[in-house]
Design a protein around this ligand. Structure first.
Ligand SMILES: Nc1ncnc2c1ncn2[C@@H]1O[C@H](COP(=O)(O)OP(=O)(O)OP(=O)(O)O)[C@@H](O)[C@H]1O
Ligand SMILES: [Mg+2]
Length: 222
């Protein structure tokens, strides 16, 4: 069994008197692909945000690559996200004014690579995702599925330990969604990244090594 890269225990997040997340736990091994499923409002996005250090939990623990995410300072959490994590959201959140190549290369630029280095590094990934020929286009000039494949390249180019994907295919039809999810899985495997994928789609969940179900702010594994 591969070593654990991400471990969460009894995580809870409250907004005022309301618990958005009550008691969620998860272990992810290096390179593992985990799907998180559950009804709307069950706490999937909140859990993902807590795992990624985007919200600080009110109870429980999160450890990522040996770092205590809850005890870390804001600056440390930001650095952790930049250096160790990748994200693909429902809409790729690409910057409309930048070309697809520049969008994909953004994490490398933030880590200090020159424009040329960053682009050179991301091109093979765009190639393997079948979108390299679109690198000089703007996001508005390609399809939703193509945008999401660029977002997958962006999430993986800095070789993160874990990629978080919150319904990355939610805005796509099921055929395109399956293409993007398969691309995410194979590219993450090549890059050695673990994936935590939130999805409503049982077909996509079936691609995962493991499925975690959430209900009423709690995780449940079969
Ligand atoms: N910022 C917030 N303030 C108050 N309540 C919130 C906030 N964010 C989420 N919640 C509540 O917490 C619960 C869990 O929300 P969350 O977004 O995690 O659900 P989800 O499983 O991702 O749902 P969906 O499938 O619709 O995306 C919901 O009841 C939601 O209304
Ligand atoms: Mg959600």
């Amino acid at each position: 069994m591969a070593p654990t890269v991400l471990a969460a225990r009894g995580v809870g997040v409250s907004y005022g008197a309301q618990w958005a997340l009550r008691d969620a736990s998860l272990d992810v091994a290096e390179g593992e692909f985990v799907a998180v499923v559950g009804q709307s409002g069950s706490g999937k996005s909140t859990f993902l945000h807590a795992l990624a250090g985007l919200v600080v939990p009110d109870k429980g623990s999160v450890t990522l690559g040996g770092v205590d995410v809850v005890a870390a300072s804001d600056a440390e959490r930001t650095r952790l996200r930049r250096e160790r994590l990748g994200f693909v959201m429902q809409h790729g959140q690409l910057v409309p004014e930048l070309t697809l190549g520049q969008n994909a290369a953004m994490p490398l630029r933030l880590l200090g690579a020159t424009r040329r280095q960053a682009l050179a590094n991301v091109m093979p990934l765009l190639e393997s995702l079948g979108v390299a020929h679109l690198a000089s286009r703007l996001p508005g000039e390609v399809s939703g599925g193509e945008q999401q494949r660029v977002a997958v390249a962006r999430a993986l180019c800095a070789r993160p330990a874990v990629v978080f994907a919150d319904e990355p295919t939610g805005a796509l039809d099921s055929a395109n969604g399956a293409v993007v999810a398969a691309a995410l899985r194979s590219s993450a495997r090549e890059a050695g990244a673990a994936v935590v994928l939130v999805t409503h789609d049982s077909g996509l969940a079936a691609m995962a090594d493991r499925v975690v179900t959430m209900a009423d702010g709690r995780t449940r594994e079969p």
